[in-house]
Design a protein around this ligand. Structure first.
Ligand SMILES: [Ca+2]
Ligand SMILES: [Ca+2]
Ligand SMILES: [Ca+2]
Length: 377
């Protein structure tokens, strides 16, 4: 009986650790847009302890023993490396990955780097899925040490990726063993060289990136002002990233929904550093923030458009783009996410809209699932 009771207690406590703490998201109901994002930023900043980067042991090296273990594919307790894991079912139990890494230092029988080699399968290291150069480098804490987006990956693939943005490419220059690739971006809005992860992990990485611009919302303008070539940020606190990146992250997140692996990872990181990724707990927050106003989203069928001048002069806002006449509706929101005005079929005859009764300030203009910040002077 005593044993049973003890077993029961252990089961209950591990269940509690594996769930969203009661009240964690209190204060978010009814919020959308920037207001929701800012509230989440407060929630996930509170309780976040910087556990350090680690040197040999400690910090992120320690986190990975609970956050990134393969209990899902080979289920062999090796490192779950998103740059080398091949999720296709193995035949007759045969390992289908080109290689696997054991957790821990070499001296303890693990495959932690160390000095990596110029090919895959030499060791795993720590990859800032959002490259650290864009937020100030390895000494910029707590970002550099944040297990929510700093992940264990193959040294060589990590090195080849460098500080490329994640993206999609139709013309790979290099393809790695699990199908991750490097090439010129084919995603509308960007033409630089990108790193495309495999479909299995696109949603995981998208939710990590969305976590970043939420947790570090208060620092985004500073990151933008670092003026790093290729920076993903747009200088706004609300959107965080350039619009093409938001479009892509929303698409990835939708096409690769939250998996058990991500739920477990979120719980493990929470136990490690004390804060959560809200977009794993509540994936609906993503659209409530970045496309809060839309009844339907059609991420794969974007109308391309841009507005000018910005800041707006004389309350007239001009547009350029492909097939503008197909745009059915424009909505303008203030920075708190409140709808200010709506224009139906605005470009039936003209390529501009007249802004009436609008105060000076920053606004967000939305067309379908795309948006652009603009300033009225
Ligand atoms: Ca594996
Ligand atoms: Ca595998
Ligand atoms: Ca996934």
């Amino acid at each position: 009986m005593k044993k049973l009771l003890l077993f029961g207690l252990i089961t209950i406590s591990s269940l509690m650790l594996a769930q969203i703490p009661t009240g964690y998201y209190d204060g978010t109901s009814g919020l959308t847009g920037a207001a929701l994002k800012t509230k989440l930023s407060q929630i996930i900043t509170n309780g976040h302890s910087d556990m350090g980067y680690g040197s040999g042991t400690g910090g992120l090296w320690t986190a990975y023993f609970t956050t990134d273990v393969d209990n899902y594919y080979e289920k062999d307790g090796t490192v779950l490396d998103m740059y080398s894991e091949n999720p296709n079912p193995s035949i007759n139990g045969a390992v289908n990955d080109s290689y696997e890494y054991k957790l821990g230092q070499v001296s303890a029988g693990g495959n932690q780097c160390g000095n990596g080699k110029n090919y895959e399968n030499s060791c795993y290291n720590r990859e800032h899925s959002l490259p650290k150069s864009f937020f100030g480098g390895i000494n910029a804490t707590p970002m550099a040490n944040d297990a929510h987006f700093v992940i264990p990956t193959d040294y060589y693939v990590n090195n080849k990726r460098g500080n490329m943005l994640y993206g999609e490419t139709n013309s790979p220059i290099q393809t790695f063993t699990n199908g991750s690739k490097i090439g010129i971006s084919s995603f509308p809005g960007y033409s630089g060289t990108v790193f495309e992860p495999i479909d299995e992990f696109k949603g995981d990485l998208a939710r990590m990136w969305l976590y970043f611009v939420t947790r570090y919302e208060a620092k985004l303008v500073d990151f933008y002002n670092l003026n790093i070539s290729g920076s993903p940020f747009d200088g706004s606190t609300y959107n965080g990233y350039q619009q093409w990146i938001i479009n892509m992250l929303l698409k990835w997140s939708k096409n690769d929904p939250v998996s058990q692996r991500e739920i477990d990872r979120n719980n493990a990181v929470y136990n490690f550093q004390g804060n959560r990724n809200p977009f794993i707990d509540h994936p609906e927050f993503i659209e409530e923030i970045w496309t809060s106003t839309l009844s339907t989203t059609n991420i794969n069928n974007l109308v391309t458009w841009s507005l000018y001048p910005n800041p707006v002069k004389n309350k007239v806002l001009f547009f350029t783009g492909k097939e503008l006449q197909k745009i059915k509706k424009i909505e303008i929101y203030n920075i708190s996410g409140k709808l200010i005005s709506t224009y139906e079929t605005p470009f039936f005859k003209e390529n501009f809209i007249q802004l009436n009764n609008i105060d000076k300030g920053v606004y967000i203009l939305k067309i379908e699932n795309t948006s652009q910040k603009f300033i009225v002077e």
